[in-house]
Write a new protein. Structure first.
Lengths: 562, 84
């Protein structure tokens, strides 16, 4: 069967599965819509969190990103997994005990102030929107590359699917489709990895093949380091970024992960505090399967690519080279006219441009795998993009219908009215996300990475202090969040878009890149919160009682209804 | 639960957090970033050790840390009878 037919079959099957689940898991109450009724088992929540978390970027781009940056790519691997330790130890169990529906819920109640709640809603919306636009674009790209439809048609198809299960099922529908999506995406990611690992090193497990031998006595990584030296690239296993910057970027990604609202809300869906801890463990385990495989794929693909193209006659290159040249992801320009491909670090002499996404997308063809594997990759990439988009859309709709309408604008709204409001805002959010997917604003790519900085600079300190520092009051928390977010926005717009006079790498404060600046802004947030709270009145007694109460696990069930 | 018990429960919880987060910091920021060059002089199979920590080891330790935390806390919860 042709690859094209396989793609249609596998994508069609998985999509019908998601729609089937959506019909089965309709939400009947706001509690079901926001937190899936609060009775999700830890393992199902772990699976859903993993799918929620791993976006099109994790599935398609990350291995390629590491492939081109070697050791420097470790910031993503450690940053996007280490955050779960913070989440499990410092946030998830306590937020579950607190037992409401959203992150602004916690901020608003803990800091007894609608100003704090509004600031939190604003932060949640900025973070989620920058993120979701990237996902819809990802859906469109996968459709256009694999199904040969127009990108905009692809975005439209993605919107209809997400609309269907997010609007109908709310968190309940999203949770169970995410469980299915995790299974699809991990299978799609692992199958080619296992094949290629076996082909190159004789080991079935990619994590072992990563450190295996390619031929008698020659380790894969040494070979790749050797190839890199020959072609003038920096050695694969050592970095080119400063230690300081690597440190700050890793920290910003970790803390940002722990502060992302669409990840945090997943922990409101389990029955009790101990289940919140357990599902954090499951989630990281499921995520780690992909995250420890990605760097192995990066090395296999990089070595494969260099060996196949470097100094080879252009006319004798395999068929896949031509296939991907057509898409523009590979570009060859024979500068010295010798008919051979020179792929070197020196930009003057380099003749080959490689898009990083190709490392995962073209892998099955480069390794000569059967056609059904190509179909699997398409289905997996769509699962990754759709699951994350749905999780984000839910945060957006809950922020509007619950935090803004129910808690601030119209507190006397009926349960039924709120559910309608939730569905309408989910609907509008999908339309808006789709619009950004079709007309991507130039800043999307730059800001997705920075969404982590924003989360780190705003939510993380406010939540952690709210749990671990009883004396923290609204004045401190609001000031910290506002200054943290503004500082981060200032630095990001200054160095990414050239506002406020712009600047180059030399002008970075303490040599910290905008990607790593979230760590700095977070530290500023902590400092300001603590200093200001020292000079302002302690929080009222009943708030201090809330803090005491969330520290003990028992009794989470009752706390849930409101 | 009495005030005194709550205090003790919270103190033990904080002790666990401090120890686990110390390990978290050492494997990622320590082995994977700050001392990566020193560790890279040691080889384990095909890996330089520092590079392995940054791209594999730290992640394995993260998973283990959460499972250790789950066990410690479930023991602590039963000890103070705050489990559900």
């Amino acid at each position: 069967m042709s690859a094209q037919l396989w793609i249609w079959i596998l994508v069609g099957l998985t999509f019908s599965l998601y729609i089937g689940i959506a019909i089965w898991a309709r939400a009947a109450s706001t509690k079901e819509f926001y937190v899936a009724g609060g009775g999700v088992s830890p393992i199902a929540n772990g699976l859903a969190t993993a799918a929620d978390w791993m976006s099109a970027a994790s599935f398609i781009s990350m291995a390629g990103l590491i492939s081109f940056s070697g050791y420097d790519g470790s910031v993503y691997l450690m940053g996007w997994t280490g955050g779960y330790v913070l989440l499990a130890l410092l946030l998830a169990p306590y937020l579950r005990k607190f037992g409401k529906f959203t992150v602004p819920d916690f901020i608003g109640d803990r800091y007894y102030s609608n100003v704090a709640r509004t600031v939190a809603v604003f932060c949640a919306l900025i973070i989620s929107f920058t993120y979701v636009a990237g996902q819809m674009r990802g859906v469109g790209l996968v459709f256009s590359r694999y199904l040969e439809v127009d990108i905009n048609t692809g975005v439209l198809i993605g919107m209809v699917i997400v609309l269907f299960y997010a609007v109908l099922g709310g968190m309940k529908g999203i949770t169970y489709t995410q469980v299915a999506q995790y299974c699809v995406l991990i299978f799609a990611f692992m199958v080619p990895a296992i094949f290629i690992s076996f082909q190159m090193t004789g080991h079935l497990i990619p994590q072992i093949g990563f450190g295996g031998e390619v031929s008698e006595g020659v380790y894969l990584l040494d070979k790749l380091d050797g190839l890199h030296r020959e072609l003038g690239f920096h050695e694969y296993t050592s970095g080119s970024k400063s230690t300081m910057d690597v440190f700050f970027i890793t920290a910003a990604l970790m803390v940002g992960t722990a502060g992302l609202p669409h990840v945090i809300v997943r922990f409101f869906t389990v029955k009790k505090v101990s289940d919140a801890r357990k599902s954090a463990g499951w989630a990281l385990l499921f995520i780690a399967i992909l995250y420890t495989t990605a760097p192995a794929i990066a090395v296999f693909a990089r070595t494969n690519l260099i060996e196949t193209v470097s100094n080879k006659e252009y006319d004798e290159l395999p068929q896949w080279f031509e296939n991907w040249e057509v898409t523009g992801l590979l570009q060859f320009n024979d500068k010295n006219g010798d008919g051979k491909v020179q792929y070197v670090a020196d930009q003057e002499k380099n003749e080959l441009q490689v898009d990083r996404d190709i490392m995962v997308l073209a892998n099955p063809e480069i390794a000569d795998l059967p056609n059904w594997v190509i179909g699997l990759i398409a289905a997996g990439a769509l699962a990754a993009a759709l699951s994350t988009a749905a999780g984000l859309l839910l945060v957006i709709s809950a922020s509007v219908s619950h935090d803004l309408i129910k808690k601030i604008v119209k507190p006397d709204i009926s349960e039924k009215g709120e559910l309608i409001a939730a569905r309408v805002s989910a609907f509008l959010a999908v339309i808006l996300a789709g619009y950004f997917g079709v007309n991507p604003p130039g800043f999307v790519a730059a800001t997705v990475a920075l969404a982590f900085g924003l989360a780190a600079a705003s939510f993380f300190p406010a939540i952690v202090l709210g749990i671990f520092y009883k004396r923290m009051n609204k004045e401190g928390a609001v000031a910290g969040m506002v200054v943290g977010v503004l500082l981060m926005l200032f630095y990001m717009t200054k160095f990414k878009f050239g506002w406020f006079g712009g600047g180059t790498q030399e002008d970075w404060w303490f040599g910290i890149s905008p990607e790593g600046f979230g760590t700095f802004a977070m530290l500023v947030n902590f400092t300001i919160s603590i200093v200001i709270s020292k000079f302002t009145p302690a929080p009222p007694m009943e708030v201090q009682d809330i803090v005491e109460n969330i520290r003990i696990p028992s009794g989470a069930g009752q706390a849930h209804d409101h | 639960m009495s005030k005194q018990n709550l205090k003790e429960y919270w103190k033990e919880n904080l002790k666990y957090l401090a120890i686990l987060l110390l390990v978290w910091f050492v494997v990622s920021y320590g082995c994977g970033i700050l001392f990566v060059d020193e560790l890279n002089t040691i080889r384990v199979g095909g890996f330089k050790l520092g590079f392995w920590f940054a791209q594999q080891g730290a992640i394995y330790v993260f998973v283990i840390l959460i499972y250790v935390y789950i066990r410690l806390m479930s023991r602590l919860d039963s000890k103070y009878e705050v489990n559900e």
